[in-house]
Design a protein around this ligand. Structure first.
Ligand SMILES: *Cc1c(COP(=O)(O)O)cnc(C)c1O
Length: 368
């Protein structure tokens, strides 16, 4: 028997998802920067993404980019979180391009790039209403002016990020605003913006609608490739696999127990409320997997199995009339949060499957 808990990763499904999105978005004039942060910069997954034709890799952590470089992954690497001042030298050493919002950081990148005798490319992020990163639109022109004065820095483009902090959906209005801003920068300073990076997986419904894509020619896509869903309503994207990742836990206790706890009821380990409804005796099953391993609230269980609760190391299930003996493995579909915590947990064994893919061939693509 293999180790549990386990995260099984189907590379063929990830390849299919990436290939499909590269093709569909490509027809709309949009390149895909594949975002590897949820995979901790897995070199195996990175290679699959590159074979599918993504234009580069993006990650929020310079450590993940370093890991991919060290493993010999050859691609344009984009740091998609604005760099820490304290990591400027690392960023210049390992990332080709970074997303930025602070002139002090860009100045430090410029100094580090001069010291390393390199040029570092930046994309200036613009705030379009989600209230996470970005310079305010009215400050873009003056920020560009300052950036252009900095040696060894190339302004590669502008970008935006929506639907992360406030759930603001990408739509014709905010995407047109970004296009307009890029046109005005090119008009003022001469054509210089080679990329206009409109956002993340939540841009896909907009990008694949009949909306005019304007000057938007890049998206940074993680979740839609890995889990086949758009993050606005977590709906499956037509033709993509939603089950490339599977979380597997092992049963360590299976007993019939009362459904109602007894004694004085106070807070639980994680502050959640204990179940209060008496359902009579139930088949209660415990798996050796918990908050240390994944996000228990982000697991979809097989039919007939309900998650009752979780602590650091235990997942408590009710399994209907099924007695699932000790040692039984149970498979769950993780959402983004459960998937990335499982990826990041040292207690979860990662098992890569598939990867018979050789080259990017359009005829292999069953979609459209
Ligand atoms: C995480 C992230 C992405 C990718 O988001 P997904 O929803 O996984 O596609 C893109 N851009 C930035 C700035 C991010 O932080």
């Amino acid at each position: 028997m293999s180790n549990a808990p386990r995260l099984e990763i189907d590379l063929d499904k990830i390849y299919h998802n990436a290939l499909t999105l590269v093709d569909r978005l490509g027809r709309r004039g949009i390149s895909v920067t594949a975002v590897t942060k949820a995979t901790l910069g897995s070199p195996e997954i990175a290679r699959v993404l590159l074979k599918a034709g993504v234009s580069g890799l993006g990650d929020s952590r310079i450590e993940n980019i370093q890991a991919m470089r060290a493993a010999g992954v050859s691609a344009q690497m984009m740091l998609i979180r604005t760099p820490m001042l304290s990591q400027a030298a690392l960023v210049v050493a390992y990332a080709d391009v970074s997303l930025n919002t602070e002139i002090d950081v860009i100045a430090k990148l410029s100094a580090a790039a001069q010291a390393a005798k390199k040029t570092h490319e930046i994309v200036l992020m613009v705030e379009l209403g989600d209230l996470r990163e970005g310079v305010m639109p009215e400050d873009l022109e003056s920020t560009v002016r300052e950036v252009l004065r900095l040696p060894n820095i190339t302004l590669k483009g502008i970008g935006a990020n929506l639907a992360c902090h406030s759930g603001v959906a990408p739509d014709a209005r905010n995407m047109d605003e970004l296009s307009l801003l890029s046109r005005s920068i090119d008009a003022i300073f001469g054509p210089m913006l080679s990329i206009v990076s409109g956002g993340n997986s939540s841009n896909i419904p907009w990008a694949l609608s009949d909306a005019n894509t304007g000057r938007i020619n890049n998206l940074r896509i993680g979740e839609a490739i890995l889990l086949g869903r758009e993050p606005l309503h977590r709906q499956p994207i037509d033709g993509l696999h939603t089950d490339a990742f599977t979380v597997i836990g092992e049963v360590i206790e299976a007993k019939v127990k009362p459904s109602l706890p007894w004694g004085t009821i106070a807070e639980t380990a994680f502050g959640e409320k204990a179940p209060v409804k008496d359902r009579g005796p139930v088949q209660q099953t415990i798996l050796a997997i918990g908050h240390m391993d994944t996000d228990p609230n982000g697991l979809t269980s097989p039919a007939g199995i309900n998650v009752l609760g979780a602590s650091s190391d235990h997942l408590v299930l009710e399994t209907g009339s099924n007695h699932l003996p000790v040692g039984t493995e149970i498979k769950f579909q993780p959402n983004y949060s459960a998937m990335l915590r499982a990826m990041a947990s040292p207690f979860v064994t990662k098992v890569l499957k598939g990867q018979s893919v050789q080259t990017r061939t359009r005829s292999m693509d069953p979609v459209q």
